[in-house]
Design a protein around this ligand. Sequence first.
Ligand code: NAD
Length: 365
Amino acid sequence: MTNTPMRNGGPAARIAVIPGDGIGREVTPEAVKVLRAVAVRGKRPLEFVEFDWGADRYLRDGISLPDGAVEMLRDEFDAILFGALGDPRVPGNQHAADILLGLRFKLDLYVNARPVELLQDRLTPLRDRTSNDVRIMVFRENTEGLYVGVGGFFKKGTADEIAVQEDVNSRKGVELIIRYAFEYARANGLKRVCMSDKSNAMTFAHDLWQRVFKEVRGEYGDIESRHLYIDTLAMEIVRDPRQFDVIVTCNLFGDIISDLGAQLAGGLGLAPSGNIHPGKTSLFEPVHGSAPNIAGKGIANPLGSVLTSAMMLEHLGRKGEAKVLREGVRSALKENFVTPDLGGSKGTVEVGDWLAEFAARGVRT
Ligand SMILES: NC(=O)c1ccc[n+]([C@@H]2O[C@H](COP(=O)([O-])OP(=O)(O)OC[C@H]3O[C@@H](n4cnc5c(N)ncnc54)[C@H](O)[C@@H]3O)[C@@H](O)[C@H]2O)c1
């Protein structure tokens, strides 16, 4: 652990930094560099404390998420900036499940906010679409569903094996995420909320989603609400993304539909996300994983992590600095100062330096 406070007066926002594995360890330092630059410029302190949780540590001493870590993060930090977890040396990626799902569940980060925003027209694979056409906020339920790990094997390893994975949906959990989506729409002047499920086939779990949605939408007469089955949503989002402002869905479907959305907006290297519990310590991470296929090559795109940092600043009430980071990303895209996944020739650190300079000056000179 390294403690590198940066106090320019006044209490610093305290950020726990967990780079994790693979390209998480390459893009996260770039995001921290950019955050430091914008904080210095605005004379609003940020304090970073880095934690080495990830595959190396797990393979070395068997520790994934140390005892007391959740309470420490909750009580001593304002936010968590996370890289990615996943390493081919760890069978089943047990450490990743312990750390990431552990933090999501134990900090009760029930909102997974995954904005899909096309920042540069040329990056969408959709013909004739522009940045005005692709701007959607996807809210994925983040603490329930098929990810809770309830299930088991029967006759494992035999020809008669049965594997069961339960889809767990609580009345309270479904209502929290649906209500959050409506509140977000209202607070941001967005007119349309689409709830997506598979209630025609999942007649118990998603019947609950249907009933809660019908109840909650009644309280938001100012917002146009709509339901689509998830298969139809997948089709419609590609056919005409302009139909959507806010999408709310369950854990599994949100995971998938937000990756589809990420691709419509330029790919995983650009996609940010927040794991949020309103008013409490929340965790911010790029949507991408540890990308073992490019790890160590110095070509990972740090823009997703920088946009993630902008989301984190916004969550901390620092909207002006968040805007500077987003403007920096837009400028880098406009000037094609980008990594190979976006058709550029720059390295991770070069892009990070460029953005840090932008953040320090407000523009790049
Ligand atoms: N939240 C997380 O930590 C998280 C999320 C997804 C996957 N994972 C883990 O990551 C590992 C790899 O998974 P995967 O390959 O399915 O997904 P991935 O997101 O790591 O990579 C998918 C593809 O996108 C590319 N890519 C991803 N991020 C990029 C970036 N910033 N710049 C340039 N290219 C980028 C990769 O090179 C790869 O071709 C697995 O162990 C998986 O479990 C972790």
